[in-house]
Each structure stands twice: as C-alpha cells, then as structure tokens.
Design a protein around this ligand. Structure first.
Ligand code: FEO
Length: 394
C-alpha cells in the first residue's frame, strides 16, 4: 500500500479495485482503480477521493506522507460516487479542509451528501497558489457530467483529468509504458464508447480549452497515468470526439431459431467479399458494453432481430436502449431480421437508427421463417453493396 510519486511531491494515493466486474452495467473484466492524488509542499491538497469501499486503502497511503488531519484542500473534480464517495469519511478526519469544486459540483455534492461542508467554488481558469506552485481549474461540462472539472499543476505540466482519458484496469503498475499501448488503447476505447461517446462535442470543446497548456503527464481518475503515449491518446480522443470511424462494419444481432443468424452470416460474407472487415457480435454471447467499442470505430452498424410477440427480441431491445443513450453519430445503418408472423422488429430497429440520424442507404431485410438459398444469395449481394458504399466513404 505504498503511495507512488508521479511528479516531485505529487503522489498517487488512490486504490485498486481488483474485483469489480460490473461498473454500473459496464463489464470491467480487468477491474479498475480509483485514482486520488496528493500534492504536498506548501498546502496539502488532495485531488479527488476514492469509492467509499476503498477509503481505508487511500487513507493508509495518505498517512505515509502527511497527517490526514492536516489536509488543507480537497479538490472534487466530479460528483460521481467513485470519486467523491470518501469525502464524508475524510472530512470527519480533516474537518477544516476546503472542498474545491465547480458550482455544479457544489450543488451535486450538497444534494447527494446533505452535509454543510466548507465549499469553495471555482470559476473555469481560476488559480490557487500552493506556495511556489499553482493549481488551475478548468470546467469541462458534460465530460461526462455537468459538474466535471480538470485540475492543472502548471509547474509540473501535469493534468489531473478525472474521468477523461480513463481506462478500467486494475494493476500494481501506475504508468502507461509499464502496461503497453495495445491494452491501453483497447481499454481507453471501451471506456470512451461506454462513458464519453454521447458528449463528443463537449470533448472537442474541452480539448480546445486545454490546447494552450503544456502537458507532460495526464493523470486520470481510472487506470494508468499517461506520459509515454500522450500523442497516441490525444489522437484517439480527437478521432472519437470527431465521430470519425474506420472502413469496417459490426453486425450486432440475436437469433431465436437460427434464421436471423443465417442472414447475419450472409451479410458478413457479402461485406467481406467487398473488402470490409466485419465484427460479428451475437448478443447471446456478448455483453452490450463489450459491443460498444466496435460501434464506436465501425463506419457501418448492422442490427438484426427476430420478431417476438410483435416486437423486438429482448436482448436487441436492451441493446437499442443502451445505444440510444450513447448516441453514436455519422453511421451507416442497416436493419435485418426474421419472423414467423408479425415482423415488426426491423421497423423498430430502423426507427432507432433514424432517431440517431444515421444514413440508411439500403432497405432493410425481413425474411419470414427460414431464409432459402436464393434469399441468402440476395442477402449476400446486399452485404456486398453495403460494403461498396462503405468503401466510397472517406
Ligand atoms: Fe469515474 Fe463519472 O465517474
């Protein structure tokens, strides 16, 4: 339970959650961390706390550096409880510590914890002199909550970015270079797709607001600290927030008696014949949160459902609800399905695609009972046509 110095007199004092596998509905097979950072020298400032379940672990790390009762300020960059959860316990030990937060942060923390804490709200760009070093606060609203804020330590070129640039990885190591780009990119994409994707425009604004800062290290509130792969992760955030996608497709579907799967496979063959890489994501075998990185990065999203009781198959219905919340943009959509009687599922999928503003250059496919050989050949041809359309996209 050692603290880790990440810059002179700036320490990681967070906690590692090795066991969490479901983070409010998002599967986290690698676990996660709740990163809190203690700045010492001059004032003792703690930037963010940890989930309440991990308070003891954070307190132990802080206690190896300073008397926790002598913390002068706690910066609450974000209200969500994985970062604010230890505030009530810590403020019992350090009752005079000021809680520095955005105006929205004060509202959220007051509403949630119902405590009369010594708040100090800060405007965006406002600074705090630590006695030789300076903290600066930037509001980044809706990245990903209204209260979201990041904190910059100018002299160390260190950005404490809270949820932005996070990844859900539990590890004994703290720095990006120790884990490697492939795992980091995979987890950062999954995190962006499931947490940040609806707020691309806000991410763009935040990147622009921070573009004038010299940044050597980004220390987020989940996962590894970025210092080697900064250009790579900035490039990914620019791509994702610009809703740019690759010339590939993801086929998300479920099947009842195997017909919708046959259609999915025929579409896959056609797309591949056109030269488009395809990810096949059966909702029987893939959790909705693990499908979202494919949706984030694919130009075309094909969604298939059997009709059950005049509507969507329930797994596809759940996926569409999740998708509507995460609002991926600028996709080519294609709906397909099968039915015995009724046949409403394809229309319901198309309605969601329309609501998301996706282009649907080809009419969906809806086949009664089992698709025959000729029908499957036509489906494959449709897949190929869709592939050719994807190839024409920049
Ligand atoms: Fe990591 Fe929005 O909380």
């Amino acid at each position: 339970m050692q603290p880790v110095e990440i810059k002179p007199s700036v320490y990681w004092v967070g906690a590692v959650d090795w066991d969490i596998r479901d983070f409010h509905g998002y599967l986290t097979p690698r676990g996660t961390t709740y990163n809190a950072y203690l700045i010492t020298g001059g004032k003792n400032v703690l930037v963010d706390t940890v989930k309440q379940t991990h308070f003891g672990e954070m307190l132990s790390r802080i206690g190896q550096l300073v008397d926790p009762g002598r913390i002068d300020c706690i910066v609450a960059n974000h209200v969500e409880m994985d970062h604010s959860g230890s505030l009530p316990l810590l403020l019992e030990i350090a009752p005079r510590a000021e809680v520095i937060t955005s105006p929205q942060g004060e509202k959220g923390l007051s509403r949630h914890y119902k405590k009369d804490w010594p708040f100090k709200t800060v405007k965006t760009g406002e600074t705090l002199d630590l006695g030789g070093r300076t903290l600066q606060f930037f509001h980044v609203p809706m990245v990903h909550w209204p209260d979201s804020m990041v904190t910059y330590l100018a002299e160390e070129k260190l950005l404490l970015s809270n949820d932005a640039f996070g990844q859900h990885i539990a590890d004994s190591r703290r720095f990006d270079s120790e884990v490697g780009w492939d795992i980091l990119r995979e987890e950062a994409a999954k995190y962006y797709a499931n947490i940040v994707m609806p707020y691309g425009e806000n991410v763009k604004k935040a990147l622009a607001a921070l573009s004038g800062l010299e940044i050597e290290v980004i220390a987020p509130s989940h996962g590894m600290i970025w210092r080697r792969y900064l250009p790579e992760i900035f490039s990914c955030y620019r791509k994702w927030s610009g809703y740019q996608a690759d010339q590939k497709a993801v086929i998300v579907y479920d099947t009842m008696w195997g017909s919708t799967r046959k259609i999915a496979r025929a579409l896959q063959e056609g797309l591949e014949e056109a030269g488009i890489p395809v990810s096949m994501r059966s909702l029987k075998d893939n959790h909705i949160s693990t499908v979202m990185p494919d949706v984030l990065e694919a130009k075309a999203v094909l969604i298939g459902s059997p009709t059950l009781n005049n509507g969507l198959f329930s797994t596809v219905g759940a996926f569409l609800t999740y998708l509507k919340g995460l609002r991926p943009r600028q996709k080519i959509g294609f709906a397909f399905g099968s039915y015995g009687w009724g046949g409403q599922a394809v229309k319901e999928i198309e309605e969601v695609m329309n609501a998301l503003g996706w282009r649907r250059p080809l009419t969906g496919i809806n086949i009664q009972y089992l698709p025959g050989a000729e029908e499957l050949a036509r489906v494959k041809e449709t897949g190929k046509k869709l592939g050719e359309i994807i190839l024409q996209e920049n």
